[in-house]
Each structure stands twice: as C-alpha cells, then as structure tokens.
Design a protein around this ligand. Structure first.
Ligand code: ADP
Ligand code: MG
Length: 330
C-alpha cells in the first residue's frame, strides 16, 4: 500500500506547489476564512498550512490519511456534481508517503487539540484553536529521484505563490497569508466585493488588485453576463497591458481553477475579432455552471476538466465577451 501511495503521489504531488494547492483546497473545503501558509526553502524543507476551519475530530485523524478516504463524497451521485475542491481522498495519503507529515486539529467541541504523526501513527494532545494545521517536512526525502527534479527554492516558492494566488482570486472572502523563511510575503485580507462606480455590479476588485496588481484593474473592464447555462463574471484587460502574459489568464469553473482549451480559445478569438491585437491579453473569468455539466474527475490534479456541450459554452463566452471588449477600443 505504501508503494501504491507513492505511485499515486507521482500524479498528485509533483512539487511543493502541488502540496500547497491540495492543502489550501482542504482548508477551504473545511470552511476556513483564514489560511496561513508557511514555507521553508521554497517548501522543500517545510510546508505548513494552518486554517480556522471546522477541524478533524480525533477519531478521524488517522482516517484522513488513508487512501481514498474522503469525508466529502458519499456516493456516485455526489461524484457527478462535485462542489468541494477535494473528493478523491488521495492528497493527504499521497503526500504522507513522500514526506514527514503531521496533522494538528481541533474541532469546536473537543476539550483540546490532537496531533498525529503520519509516519509513526503516534497521536498526542496538542494546543490550538479550532481548525487544522498540516505540516509537511522534507518533501521527497524518500524518493531522491523526484527530489532531484525540484528547481531552486526561488522557483519552487514562485510556484507556491502562484498556487495561493489562484485560490485567492476566487475567494476574496478568505484571508490568505504566506510566510517564507520567516518573512511575510503575502498578506491579503478578506474583502467584500466593491460596487463599481456607474455600474450595477459588485466585483472583488480589491482582492484582484492585491493579487494581480493595481494596473490590472486600472486597465481593464468588468464583465458580467448570463447566457444560457452559464453565468460569467470577470475582468478583461487591454492586450498591451504591461503585465499581460499568457499566465495572467485565469479561468475558473464553479470556483475551481481550470485549464480548458476550448474556453481559452473563445476568449482569444473574441480579443482577436474585436481588438485585432497580436499580444497576449490578460483576463480573469469565473464561470458558474450546473455542476452536472462539468466532469472534474478526469485527472488527479483536477486542473483539467471535461465539459458537456463545450461548443455551446464557447459560443456563450464569445458572445458575452465581444461587446465588452468593444468598450476597450482606444
Ligand atoms: P479529499 O480532499 O479529496 O477528501 P484529502 O486526502 O485531501 O482528500 O483529505 C482527506 C480528508 O481529510 C478530507 O476528506 C477531510 O475529511 C480531511 N481533511 C483534510 N484536511 C482538512 C482540513 N484542513 N480541515 C478539515 N478536514 C480536513
Ligand atoms: Mg483534498
């Protein structure tokens, strides 16, 4: 089973940033409103994610580490309409198989918190407020071949920051902090949506500016539309925006960061058709769809999804975006 977990880890845990993503997913699934990430050496020495979510009861700590143990899905019906970030029950097991992992958790009702060491199974009383801290030390210490593929701490740190940013952009109601080697690098407080002047529209532009820079907001226009099966919200930037790169393109479906060629193509062609620019535009788009139309269970990383009727979505997107882009014309 150890071997199977390590094989699974190859798919789920590629680098520190994949661990950060999974642990923050779990914190958000637990209803956290504050998430603090602490890293040492780009996450290779230590990744710690602390949340103020509902916690894990002592008698379920060990279960949380078991492969395919998830508290989030009960049956096949749930799997067809996944709303939580996690559902495969493999992230913790996989991570624990390639690191020194510990869980410290407190619920609303226990007299005190408990700490579980994954390697030894040792469980002991601990002190902390309601919520969970998961510490991952010495990632890939037992799989040197994989550790060898890690880049410099600076590069791994950048990937971790990106992972947090992807969560933060879509959860302005949650505060995120990132510490690296004892220094506070990101400190994004929860912020309500801002009503935009002259528009009957509230968008979390403060969080977007925190995460992507003030110019991202200054040089863009809001998008809000509903077309057939899809509700959209977002921000579209002029292609000549200085920071615009292919990686400043953020697509979310039902609050999940995803990559989808068809939908990215719809945005790209809308830009090309309206603005005729050559440069990569920057954009942020949140789509809300009936979860039954999105299959998120096609890849362990959950970044790839399968969309039902993706051509209809392509059209909906193109039709919603083109009139907004017309307003960006110089
Ligand atoms: P999944 O998220 O797919 O269910 P994971 O391996 O990521 O699988 O987590 C296993 C289980 O551990 C979760 O289903 C959840 O019950 C519990 N868990 C993990 N992290 C947390 C957390 N931060 N707060 C509360 N429960 C958690
Ligand atoms: Mg999970």
């Amino acid at each position: 089973d150890e071997l199977i977990s390590q094989i699974a880890a190859g798919e789920v845990v590629e680098r520190p940033a994949s661990v950060v993503r999974e642990l923050v997913d779990n914190a958000l699934d637990a209803g956290a409103t504050e998430v603090t990430v602490r890293l040492m050496e780009g996450g290779v020495r230590l990744i710690s994610v602390e949340d103020n979510g509902h916690g894990i009861p002592a008698d379920q700590l060990a279960l949380a580490l078991r492969r395919h143990a998830t508290s989030k899905i009960r049956d096949l019906h749930d799997l067809q309409s996944v709303l939580t970030m996690g559902f495969r029950g493999e992230a913790l097991a996989a991570t624990a198989s390639v690191s020194e992992l510990s869980l410290i958790s407190q619920t609303a009702t226990q007299p005190h918190a408990w700490r579980l060491e994954a390697r030894t199974g040792e469980i002991a009383p601990a002190a902390r407020e309601r919520g969970t801290t998961i510490e991952v030390r010495e990632l890939f210490f037992s799989t040197p071949a994989r550790r060898q593929f890690l880049k410099t701490p600076v590069t791994e740190l950048a990937h971790c920051q990106e992972a947090i940013k992807r969560h933060a952009l879509v959860r302005p109601d949650v505060s995120f902090a990132l510490w690296h080697d004892g220094k506070l690098l990101l400190d994004w407080r929860a912020t309500p949506a801002q009503t935009l002047p002259g528009l009957d529209l509230a968008l979390p532009t403060r969080r977007w500016a925190d995460a992507l820079g003030r110019r991202f907001i200054e040089q863009g226009v809001p998008l809000q539309a509903e077309r057939g099966p899809v509700r959209m919200q977002g921000w579209l930037i002029r292609p000549e925006h200085a920071g615009a790169r292919a990686d400043t393109q953020y697509l979310y479906i039902n609050q999940r960061f995803v990559r989808d060629r068809t939908l990215a193509h719809a945005v790209k062609s809308a830009y090309a058709d309206v603005l005729h620019g050559q440069r990569q535009p920057a954009w942020l788009l949140h789509l809300e769809l009936d979860p039954q139309r999105v299959d998120v269970n096609i890849h362990p990383s959950k970044v790839e999804v399968r969309l039902r009727e993706s051509q209809a979505l392509h059209q909906a997107l193109w039709h919603a975006i083109t009139p907004v882009l017309a307003g960006l014309k110089p």
